[in-house]
Design a protein around this ligand. Structure first.
Ligand SMILES: Cc1cc2nc3c(=O)[nH]c(=O)nc-3n(C[C@H](O)[C@H](O)[C@H](O)COP(=O)(O)OP(=O)(O)OC[C@H]3O[C@@H](n4cnc5c(N)ncnc54)[C@H](O)[C@@H]3O)c2cc1C
Length: 469
């Protein structure tokens, strides 16, 4: 046994240092089964002090560390490389809710808390923790913050960054920074927590966070509308914003291809509108503090006007919580249906909302001209200008063809995004998948600033190497 393994066992107990292939395997492959890494060991600390001891031991040995939460990331950020010299640091055992302060509307949780656990703890105190995404039953707060996760409620509540007031971080040399402040105002220098949010574990290990809570809406009304075009979706979004203001809490879009994929791969899902009804569908959610009649009337008026003006061709409004949940399940099943179908070439892009429809029309056409077999599978958070602009193949062409052309497809998609002032990673991060590609779309000045920050915090490059930068 090496000295380092001995020190790790002393720090966290032998049962929490995994070295057998059967035990480490689930940690070494990503959710999409695209990346397969190796590690000296998987270490599962149970407290901040244990994380600090692990990091100190690894730093002294010059051993790279890869933080990991729920391992649901989509860009290979939590998977070590194939050299096998790193230690995978799993935060899953750090899953305690440390404090909930209803008067301050904050909750302080450890990084390994599952997102759903935090939502439930807030709800039990009659509060809302609004971060919500399809992987919420497995993803952890640490992973959510490290990727600055978005999800379905960003339109109203912002992404993980906007929901974070304070952080506790173990730095790459093993020191602990306690920045767990629950303040809305604090102008006492650089806002250090922002460095670690979205850093994908390259600057330190997040061990706890103080998160912002919101009032729990008493009433939620959900509808699915069938739309003739993406332009119509944008127009409907604007009308919904104008009419509902802050009570519009979600506006998601999905193409008919997405619904067909869910129907085919997950036949237990019921589709309230047939995929043939229209080329696009929008899922709208209104959340009202307490007035059911007001929310229902607003949604009916909005959809009635949309049908009259031709912005929608059909619509259903959920009549019960179960029906609303079924509509959300439909939307949230799209990634699972795609994974079951064998995956696709993914693009998680952000654009100004005003340019989304035109981007999709022109990029779909450019791709079809170059790759006649291509089948776009497009869905996402239209309210945030964030599309999952994914590519699979039409029936008759093997899926492998899409993967074989991934680079060429990216050569069409990413410049089109950049030309419209967009981003090649809206909410999933860069990880291993987009690390190199990102260099083409950031200025030298921006890259130099990022490298300076990395060098200042992690001069030996031990924290999640090969990711992001
Ligand atoms: C079905 C599905 C749907 C999804 N939908 C969305 C969505 O709508 N919006 C969205 O934003 N994402 C989405 N994702 C992506 C993913 O769920 C999120 O990125 C999530 O926040 C990752 O959390 P995790 O705990 O699984 O992180 P992991 O996958 O374990 O890690 C992700 C990154 O964070 C780093 N990291 C993890 N924990 C820590 C820590 N404590 N300290 C420092 N670094 C850390 C890792 O090194 C890695 O770089 C989805 C994923 C799936 C599978």
């Amino acid at each position: 046994m090496t000295d380092l393994l001995q020190q790790l066992r002393t720090a966290v107990g032998s049962a929490n240092v995994l070295t057998e292939a059967a035990d480490t395997a689930p940690y070494l492959t990503d959710w999409r089964k695209r990346y397969h890494g190796r590690a000296q060991a998987v270490v599962r600390p149970g407290s901040t002090a244990e994380v600090a001891a692990v990091v100190q031991a690894c730093a002294a040995a010059g051993t790279p560390m890869v933080p990991q939460g729920g391992n649901t990331g989509l860009v290979g950020g939590g998977t070590p490389d194939e050299r096998g010299n790193s230690v995978l640091l799993s935060l899953q055992r750090m899953n305690r809710i440390r404090a909930l302060d209803p008067d301050n509307d904050t909750i302080t949780v450890e990084a390994g808390c599952i997102l759903q656990q935090v939502q439930q703890a807030a709800r039990a105190a009659d509060r809302l923790f609004p971060l919500s995404l399809a992987a919420e039953g497995s993803a952890t707060i640490g992973g959510n913050l490290a990727t600055n996760a978005g999800g379905t409620q960003v339109l109203r509540y912002g992404n993980a960054r906007e929901l974070t007031l304070g952080l506790e971080v173990v730095l790459p040399d093993g020191r602990v920074w306690d920045g767990l402040r629950g303040l809305r105002k604090d102008n006492t220098g650089y806002d250090l927590k922002q460095l670690f949010i979205g850093a994908e574990g390259t600057l330190g290990v997040i061990t706890a966070a103080t998160l912002r809570l919101h009032a729990l809406p008493r009433v939620q009304r959900t509808a699915l509308a069938a739309l003739p075009s993406l332009q119509a979706a944008t127009a409907l979004l604007n009308q919904a914003r104008a009419a509902a203001s802050a009570t519009l809490t979600a506006f998601e879009v999905m193409s008919d291809v997405c619904l067909r994929s869910v129907a085919r791969e997950l036949p237990q899902q019921r589709l309230p509108l047939a995929p043939d009804t229209a080329p696009w569908f929008a899922l709208l959610e209104l959340s009202d503090p307490d007035d059911e009649a007001r929310a229902s009337a607003l949604l009916e008026r909005l959809l009635g006007a949309a049908l009259e003006e031709g912005l929608a061709v059909d619509a259903v409004i959920a009549q019960s919580l179960a029906e609303a949940q079924a509509l959300w399940r439909l939307r949230e099943s799209i990634p699972e249906a795609q994974a079951k179908a064998g995956g696709n070439v993914k693009h998680d892009i952000a654009l100004p909302v005003s340019r989304v429809a035109e981007f999709v029309a022109s990029t779909n056409a450019a791709l079809a001209a170059q790759f006649p077999w291509i089948q776009p599978v497009v869905f996402g958070h239209l309210g945030d200008g964030n599309l999952h602009y994914n590519m699979q193949t039409k029936p008759g062409t093997p899926l492998a063809t899409a993967f074989a052309h991934e680079r060429a497809i990216n050569e069409v998609v990413h410049p089109a995004v950049a030309a419209r002032g967009g981003s090649i990673s809206a909410e999933h991060g860069l990880g291993q998948l987009k690390r190199a590609e990102n260099r083409r779309y950031k200025s030298e000045v921006e890259l130099a600033l990022m490298r300076s920050i990395k060098a200042a915090l992690d001069p030996h490059g031990l924290m999640n190497p090969g990711k992001l930068l």
